[in-house]
Design a protein around this ligand. Sequence first.
Ligand SMILES: C[S@@+](CC[C@H](N)C(=O)[O-])C[C@H]1O[C@@H](n2cnc3c(N)ncnc32)[C@H](O)[C@@H]1O
Length: 299
Amino acid sequence: MNTHERSSLLARALGELQAGEDGDARRLLDMASEHGSLMASGLLQALAGDEVSNAYDQPRAFERFIRGAGNLALYDAVSAELARMYTTHVPHSLLDIGAGDGMALAPAIGASDHAIAHLDVVEPNSALLCHLKALLPTAEGHETTLERFAPTLPATAHWQMAQSTFALQSIAPAARKAALRLLAAHVDRLIIVEFDVPDLAAGTPEYYASLAARYEEAAADCGDDADLVAGGFLAPMLLGQLRAAAPSNYEQPMRAWESEVTEAGFRVVRVAHVHPYSWADAFLLEAVPAGHSPGRPAD
Ligand SMILES: C[S@@+](CC[C@H](N)C(=O)[O-])C[C@H]1O[C@@H](n2cnc3c(N)ncnc32)[C@H](O)[C@@H]1O
């Protein structure tokens, strides 16, 4: 069986999973797994256990994933781009939303010649937050989600810059837009880094083929950690994308991010390509609150 045939078996299995036809899906996954599909094995593993409901429930799998060969160049590019933002805009105060273990944030702070006096991070996963605090002990950690954090902000809360790298895709669009709208009153500038995923209609054969190819390549990039990452991070992420009951990933094309941020009360001032990546190209979006008056003092 060649790579294309294996990928098309995986793509058909994804269609069956989304349709709730788990028996048919498992048969297709068994076949693809026997022929070496890492994602088919990972999905079978995730379907067999019931304790893993979220892609970040096994932080070690996520942390191995972002340190896989393909991800290192991506993170280098993201951190370099963030460092350039700090040098250009010299923020006194910074809020990182969904900061994870600081893999993008810490090197950006280290590479920038501008010192940020007040750093806050919002991160709901306690293990990831704990690892971040070990790297950045002066950061103020908020172990919560953006949706819970934003409505509780006092009127005086203010950051000169807010950033989020690959984290807003974890939040359902309506809740995300509502939280961003609240955040617009508290920040001078918003920097988002996300993937410009292909604009394909969900549920079409092209959509499943794209998911199958992109996830398989992401797993293959992880070398010796491929089994851990496929079963512990990528499969829960993919199931979260396919299962209507509890989706946990809401990635979208770059143009949709631009529209969403605009509808949430920001003005997009720049969109730039950051890195070509197997999953999809990473891009950076820079926005300011619509009606923003520059030079507002920091918190
Ligand atoms: C792909 S990771 C990115 C982490 C980090 N920003 C980076 O670039 O490595 C997504 C992060 O978003 C966090 N997250 C998930 N849901 C969230 C929410 N509702 N609000 C804020 N962060 C969330 C996860 O715990 C995880 O750390």
